[in-house]
Ligand binder design. Sequence first.
Ligand SMILES: [Zn+2]
Ligand SMILES: [Zn+2]
Length: 225
Amino acid sequence: MAFETREQVLEKILSQEKPKCPHCKEEMKIWETPPINFADGLGWGTPFLYICFNDDCPLYRQGWDHMKETYAQTASYRCMCYPDSKQFQLIPVFSPMGAKGQIIDDQILLEQEMLKEAIKKGFSILADCYVSKDGVAVLNLLLDASQPMRVRVKAAEMIGDIGEIEAIEPLKNIRSGNDKLDNEIEKSVSKIHKRFFTRECPFCAEIIKRRAKICKHCGAEVAGN
Ligand SMILES: [Zn+2]
Ligand SMILES: [Zn+2]
């Protein structure tokens, strides 16, 4: 799986519907995992989980008795779910407040608002760039990893229509780790080649005329290649 930053995972989670706890049917909450897993030091493998924090959840209520009888421990469980797998599992908690410290729904909402604003702003800049055919500004937005993914994907889509030949090299150097973005970039590179009647030399990767017979960069015979 491609490496994803916390922001990318968050953006993805925010676009999904929150799962409902299978034990109480309440909507689960987004929970930020602690940086280090106190149990095994291996970490959670994800920056966010869904957890049912409903104190009336039957699983959680019955958990206290069960843990006391079975392990003589004052503890219970809550239902948790990994954002990608949609598989429900149990997480132990040792007090009614257990793990609640990292509920970040309020913070998430704030980040969501900020993200929405950033997307709105990015889209409006892109719209202006499109009208003025400012491919360089579009490329700059696309290269800016701090921009929301949706803005970067839109910029990648646009650059195919208004980008110059010079945009191809920086486009090909982008390693975003996001399949959707990489896909749009690839499509746009082909579009630019098409608009300028060019292609890539199969031997040296330099840009040449589509109908060239000899590559002007490496001298290789490219007719029919
Ligand atoms: Zn529940
Ligand atoms: Zn060549």
